[in-house]
Design a protein around this ligand. Structure first.
Ligand SMILES: Cc1cc2nc3c(=O)[nH]c(=O)nc-3n(C[C@H](O)[C@H](O)[C@H](O)COP(=O)(O)OP(=O)(O)OC[C@H]3O[C@@H](n4cnc5c(N)ncnc54)[C@H](O)[C@@H]3O)c2cc1C
Length: 213
């Protein structure tokens, strides 16, 4: 007898003894031997799930996972240079891809642009430093509209104030032969796609995960 909670996850009538809400989160880590994975949550003001997650969720609480879903995974041949552009928690799926490349193809030509609203919103910066140590040629650029707490980027990592698309527009590398992976809110993704068009990255070489406003 299948567990009734899993039979119709999206449309089923919730059991009375569990609280029920469905949200999508990107897998934020490369596959691990023990099957565990990471998600990166941004707290949303007034948000039902994230308020609960930040204020009440505790070790041992049960969450039901459905997936993986979507089609934002690495599709490029191993010799293709890769550009990753993320905004906010759009960094999560990108982080998963880079983590995997650092493990299996560490000297690959890669570039990461990660933009956020305020520098205090950056998370897992120690990861970026670890990647830079393993792949010194990887260019990593952080961007934020505002700077707080005397923010200093980790060693070897670049920082520019502004939106991720405006900063990317100044990238001097010729990107015509690169594959690009772009993730984040729809508005930012659209602006990044315009920049990539100007930089002559062919449409079929651009992969996108857009969500939210
Ligand atoms: C493909 C995909 C991947 C995603 N990946 C991530 C990820 O990796 N990390 C991440 O943090 N998020 C991710 N998201 C967003 C995530 O799914 C949630 O939307 C987000 O966490 C907010 O959920 P919530 O329940 O806290 O907010 P909700 O309760 O759904 O509220 C969202 C907004 O609506 C407002 N609101 C709620 N109820 C009302 C009301 N009655 N009247 C007026 N306004 C209201 C809230 O104030 C808030 O601003 C992803 C979304 C998609 C589609």
């Amino acid at each position: 007898m299948p567990d009734p909670r899993f039979t119709k996850p999206w449309h089923g009538i919730p059991r009375e003894d569990i609280q029920w809400t469905v949200r999508a989160y990107s897998i934020g880590s490369a596959p691990r031997p023990d099957g565990s994975f990471e998600v990166n949550l941004r707290r949303v003001e007034g948000g039902r799930f994230t308020t609960w997650a930040f204020e009440e969720m505790k070790e041992g609480d049960e969450l039901i996972g459905i997936g993986p879903m979507g089609n934002f995974w690495l599709k490029s041949p191993p010799d293709k240079p890769l550009l990753f552009v993320g905004r906010g928690t759009g960094f999560a799926p990108i982080k998963a891809m880079i983590e995997q490349q650092i493990e299996f193809n560490p000297s690959r030509t890669m570039m990461l642009y990660w933009g956020i609203t305020d520098t205090s919103d950056f998370f897992r910066l120690e990861k970026l430093q670890e990647w830079k140590e393993k792949n010194p040629n990887m260019k990593i650029v952080l961007t934020a509209r505002t700077i707080s707490d005397g923010f200093k980027p980790p060693k070897g990592i670049l920082f520019s104030q502004g939106t991720v698309y405006d900063v990317l527009a100044k990238e001097p590398t010729v990107l015509r032969h690169w594959d690009a992976y772009v993730a984040g809110p729809t508005k930012t993704v659209r602006a990044v796609l315009n920049v990539l068009k100007e930089k002559e990255v062919p449409e079929q070489n651009i992969f996108v995960d857009a969500f939210g406003g």
